[in-house]
Ligand binder design. Structure first.
Ligand SMILES: NC(=O)c1ccc[n+]([C@@H]2O[C@H](COP(=O)([O-])OP(=O)(O)OC[C@H]3O[C@@H](n4cnc5c(N)ncnc54)[C@H](OP(=O)(O)O)[C@@H]3O)[C@@H](O)[C@H]2O)c1
Length: 281
């Protein structure tokens, strides 16, 4: 059912993004894989090709923590594709220490929220051209613990890894709700999701040996496979059941009530305003 559809997946070089790309390629979609590392992307594409010998794949290298790089990515995609049927904003990371991106934004919020905000807005016309038109934002149940502190987007206000991560994942849901409102009356849908607790290397990168060992241990005990973790992204991208459904939060392929703060209209609008200020569209 995804034959002829063009699906852009960020963070498709490993983990949940790669498994999502493989599953949607198997359904016949043309997959555009985006991530930082060209070699890892090539490796990911050959892995998918070896499983689905008909796979139609294109790779794009971009650093999604950089607004310049996101703009260049959007331009390359627009040059190659007039229409994007599905955008899956999946790339994300955790950062043990406070660090600023090239744009002067705290690294977690830059990578996890500003990438979704900017890429989606830049590609909106291409998505609108599709009859199918689905935007899927990968968030996390960590958002239930999140609070938004706008000053922390650019300043170190007692940085803590999980606080910054939860904030960025709350921003994903708030952004999706506000986007849905802005898209009202159009056929474009936008939903967010929690993939589950998934055995990936997200907790092993950019971190200390100790934190990495703890992540490896807890994922080896309780985490689900990347294929299972990709199921809700694949569902939102491809299932006829969610045609026309928008502004909702999903996990295990089912709608779920997101955190209370995500319904705060003033906060949704303020996040959009501040995002546009720090990342002009
Ligand atoms: N694993 C879990 O339990 C879990 C739970 C809830 C939500 N999530 C969410 O699921 C999504 C995928 O995470 P994962 O667990 O699959 O982690 P992962 O295996 O580390 O994959 C992350 C992907 O994002 C890419 N990425 C990271 N920073 C980037 C940047 N600056 N520019 C371009 N690409 C970048 C990575 O590419 P590189 O090769 O360039 O690093 C990789 O392809 C994230 O949004 C995460 O927050 C994960």
């Amino acid at each position: 059912m995804m034959q002829g559809k063009t699906v852009l997946i960020t963070g498709a070089s490993s983990g949940i993004g790669l498994a999502t790309a493989a599953a949607l390629a198997t359904k016949g979609a043309h997959i555009l894989l985006a991530a930082r590392d060209a070699a890892k992307l090539q490796e990911a594409a050959s892995q998918i090709r070896s499983k689905t010998n008909t796979a139609h794949l294109t790779t794009y290298t971009a650093d999604l923590s950089s607004q310049l790089s996101i703009r260049a990515l959007a331009q390359s995609i627009q040059k190659d594709h007039h229409v994007i049927d599905v955008l899956i904003n999946n790339a994300g990371g955790v950062f043990p220490d406070f660090k600023l991106s090239v744009d002067g934004l705290e690294m977690t919020i830059a990578t996890n929220h500003f990438s979704q905000f900017l890429l989606t807005n830049l590609l909106l016309d291409n998505i609108r051209r599709s009859d199918y038109a689905r935007i899927v934002n990968v968030s996390s149940d960590s958002h239930y613990n999140g609070k938004i502190d706008f000053e922390s987007f650019t300043k170190n206000k007692g940085y803590f890894i999980m606080k910054a991560y939860a904030q960025s994942k709350l921003a994903n849901v708030l952004f999706t709700q506000e986007l849905e409102e802005r898209l009202a009356g159009t056929h474009v849908t936008a939903n967010s999701l929690h993939p589950g607790f998934v055995k990936t290397n997200i907790g092993n990168k950019d971190t200390s040996w100790y934190a990495s060992a703890v992540w490896s241990l807890i994922t080896s005990i309780g985490a689900i496979s990347v294929e299972k973790g990709a199921e809700t992204s694949v569902y939102l991208a491809s299932s006829p059941e969610v045609q026309g459904v928008s502004g909702k939060y999903f996990t295990k392929c089912k709608e779920k009530q997101p955190g209370k703060l995500t319904f705060d209209k003033a906060l949704q609008k303020e996040l959009w305003r501040v995002s546009e200020l720090l990342c002009p569209l």
